[in-house]
Structure formats: structure tokens, C-alpha cells
Ligand binder design. Sequence first.
Ligand code: ADP
Length: 346
Amino acid sequence: MHSNSPGTLALLIALILAITAVVANILIGYFLPNDSIVNIVLLFILALIGSFFVVNYFISRYLTEKINLIYKSIHKSKEERDSNKVINTGDDVFSIVNKEVEEWIEENEKQREQLQLREAFRREFIGNVSHELKTPIFNIQGYILTLLEGGLEDENINRKFLLRAEKSVNRMIDLVKDLDTITQLESGQLNLEKSRVNLADLVKEVIESIEEIAKEHQIKVALTKDYDPQLYVDCDKNRIYQVLLNLIINSVKYGKEGGKTEINFHVMDKNVLVEISDNGPGIESKHLPRLFERFYRIEESRSRNEGGSGLGLAIVKHIIEAHGQTINVRSTVGVGSTFSFTLRKA
Ligand code: ADP
């Protein structure tokens, strides 16, 4: 029999009971040698009290030792593991332990599912990143090889191929920058530097910065005529600049030649609704629920031609949500799209 087994405990208890009975019998025989009924009653009481305390002590010690071993295995924090739980033999000890172990199993199961989800997410993310990097890298390799194999001396192509290689390098840089931003946003490292920002001025700044691209696509980008020049919002200026930039550039990249993009503000109770509307080709409703997912593109070739990483709208959504606000899109094929988000009025 193992020294820690319940059998050893039973033997110990039996021994204690026998000793208690003998000691009680000797004591009673010594003090009350004659009265037999009283002797029996006293023997019973003494044996009961004596054995109760002794047995209770040993059972409690035994259970405390065993159950603390279980607690040490299931508790996560060192503090919890180090603290010895005192077992009260008056409680329904096994039901309590059973409940705690079941909770622990449930918690573990949840963690396992989360880890599996994260693992799948990580795999998908890495797959997407390598897929995105493949095209520009292979393009650069192709241009360099052509140049090395004689193209360098060919006046007709040497400069053209170098410019194309540069374009692919720029695309990789943009992708890496977007990846960096999204990693920061998703790991919760985003510290917003909020201030009171003039919304119209910020939009104008963005419009100015994309003037060239808009001209290239022959798209007119402007604020609505009746905008409020004194509208202030409480936001991180640089981040909201990026939101506006991504949305306005998208309206130009995916808009129709000769079209227009209009930026509107609607003052609501505590918030301002900012709308970026274009009269481009629009987006089919089946795409709308997934539009803000990272790497989601509608028309692969077109988006790729425009140098998009498919991360722009995911970044936009993260930034707006970090501000505690929301972003939406509505679109009608052949009519155009409107992206709208809210900001806190300052
Ligand atoms: P990308 O980097 O490819 O532009 P985004 O996340 O910014 O990625 O956009 C996702 C997809 O949504 C784009 O590939 C494009 O097909 C579609 N899209 C975004 N904005 C518009 C718009 N204003 N009009 C039509 N399609 C749009």
C-alpha cells in the first residue's frame, strides 16, 4: 500500500479508533468501575468525540494535501499556485473542486480555440503578404535580367525598364508601410494624439495633396459648396488625414474618368458625419460586408494596376474604431459609392 493512498489513511483511522476505544475504556474502568450502563454511554461519547476530532484532523490534512495539488495544476498565476487552500471538511469539497476543474477545462478549451483562430489568421496573413510581395519582386527581377542581358545598352528600353523597376519598388514600400500601420493598429499600439481640428482645412489639405492623381484620372475632387468652415472635430489629425486620403484616393482610383468626388459634412447631435461620395462604377452589394477586411479586393487586376495593397480600407476602419466611431459604405452599381464615418464634434 502506498504511503499516500486512501488505504493507508483508512488503516490510520482504524488504528486511531481502536486506540481511542481502548483508552476510553481504560479511563472509564479506572474512574467508574461498576455502573455498566453509564460506562457504555460514556464510552460511546468519549470514543465519538475523540475519534471525530482525530479523524477530522487527518481527513482534512489528507484532502488539503491532495486538493492543493489539483489547484496547483489548474491555477495560472504563481500567486494562486503558491497560496495553500485550507479545506473545510464541512463543505461539499468534491463538488467545489469538480466545479473549479470544469471551469478550468472550459477556459482551456476557449484558449485553445483562440490560439487555433490566431494561428489560422497568422497563416492567412503571411500567405497574403507573400502573395502581395511576389508580383513586384518578380517584376523587378524581370526588368533587371532584361537589362543585364543587353537591355542596359539599348537606349529604347534601359530607362523605361529602370522606371518600371522603380515603380515596383515603390509599390513594395507602400505595401510594407501599410503592413507596418496595420500591425501597429491590430496590436493595439495606436496612441491617438487628439486635438481640436478644423475639418474643412484638413480635407482641403488632402485634396491638395492628391491634385496630381485626380488630374491624371480627370476627376474633380471638392468639398460641397455649403460646407461649414468653422466645424471642429476632436481627433488625431495625422490619422484622420490618412483616413481621408485613403478614401479620397480610392474614389479617384476606382472612379470613372471625368467623374467627381464630393466631400460633405453633416452635423449630428455630438458627432459630425463625414461623407466621401463618388459617381464611379459603384460596388456590388455582395462585396460590401467584406470591403473593410484586410487584403479584400473586388477586382483583382484593376486594384493591382492601381498599386493597391487591399489594406487601405482595413486601416481606415481601424483608425475610426480607435476613435470610438463608426464607418459605413453604401453603393449602387452604375451610380457611385459613398463612404461615411463619424467624428466627435469638438
Ligand atoms: P486597395 O489598396 O486595393 O485600394 P482598399 O482596402 O482601399 O484596397 O479597397 C478595397 C477594394 O474596394 C478595392 O480593391 C476596390 O476594388 C474597392 N473600392 C474601394 N473604394 C472604392 C470606390 N470608391 N469605388 C469603387 N470601389 C472601391
